[in-house]
Design a protein around this ligand. Structure first.
Ligand code: GLU
Length: 305
């Protein structure tokens, strides 16, 4: 398979879509990003990687951080998540409050904001004041690279404008589904969303999920085979908010998007991918990123189905 050629073809085919979709502007610092960008990276088990566009350009990972949060909590708490959050697609926007209230403060899944906030609470119960630092170390280990850091401006901007996220945590606290101080939990949640990574770094970080929980290059064990299967299953069913079904239909891969414009995707047994393009579709997923991954599975035949 000539991956270089395939990525170039995809870049050409998505170019006419530049200008479609809107950049996330509900977090003021994100609205400043240059909108017409595209990069895509593909990471193989033998360490080879292929890239197109500016694959070293760092961007705000936003909800892609929920994959790191979920995998880390999965590893710490194993199966005992069920009474804190569900594993079903929400069918609602990523920051919906309505569902959370009628489901008694129990988020539908780990990949919507409320779910990741509960997981952040579980991390704070474990690591207390060092939670962000511990998570940063973990994320750096997944991509075998310690040059990952936070975008301070995005972090402050999210903290200042995250009214809906605060509403969710207060609601969950009222249902006793948050055990720690609200500000400590939100600090961790916002900091993880504000990390900056490139498609190169993110595709590398997802490799363990394509290889049953074990990094095939460093041999580091992040998850058991069964846990990795579970994370991938939740990425497939819940990774794109209320567009998860549509994404699975078009692309056919476990994947997770973020409002920064990134999408990570996993091809079990083969490779991991990341695509970046900041203009979003109406459900908050990268418009060109989704198309690029659809073209990738169509051209290569590498979907999980
Ligand atoms: N930090 C964003 C928020 O909490 C994450 C949303 C996303 O990427 O989908 O609103």
């Amino acid at each position: 398979m000539n991956y270089e050629e395939t990525l170039k073809e995809i870049q050409e085919e998505v170019t006419p879509l530049f200008g479609k979709g809107k950049i996330a502007n509900y977090i003021p610092a994100l609205a400043k990003v240059e909108p017409n960008q595209f990069a895509m990276s593909l990471q193989l088990f033998d360490g080879q990687s292929y890239h197109v566009g500016n694959s070293d350009q760092k961007f705000s990972i936003q909800s892609i951080s929920k994959v790191f949060t979920f995998t880390h909590v999965m590893n710490l708490y194993n199966e005992s998540l069920e009474n804190r959050l569900g594993l079903e697609p929400s069918g609602d926007p990523f920051n919906s409050l309505v569902q959370l209230e009628y489901e008694n403060g129990k988020p539908r899944n780990p990949f919507i904001n409320a779910g990741a906030i509960v997981l952040s609470d579980m991390l704070v119960s474990k690591y207390k004041k060092n939670t962000y630092e511990e998570m940063l170390k973990y994320i750096q280990k997944t991509c075998d690279n310690n040059l990952i850091s936070i975008d301070e401006e995005v972090y402050l901007s999210e903290r200042k404008s995250g009214f809906k996220n605060y509403s969710m945590i207060y609601m969950m606290k009222s249902f006793k589904n948050i055990k720690n101080d609200i500000n400590n939990v939100m600090e961790v949640y916002f900091k993880l969303c504000s990390l900056r990574m490139s498609t190169n770094e993110l595709s590398r970080a997802m490799l363990f999920l394509s290889n049953h929980g074990v990094d095939p290059i460093t041999q580091e064990v992040f998850l058991t085979q069964s846990q990795a299967k579970r994370v991938n299953a939740v990425m497939l069913t819940c990774g794109h908010y209320d567009a998860s079904g549509d994404f699975a239909f078009r692309v056919g891969l476990p994947a997770k998007s973020g409002v920064g414009g990134g999408i990570v995707a996993v091809i079990p047994g083969k490779m991991s991918l990341c695509v970046y393009s900041p203009r979003l579709n109406s459900q908050g997923n990268s418009l060109i990123g989704t198309k690029a991954l659809e073209l990738f599975t169509t051209k290569t035949g590498f979907s999980i189905f």
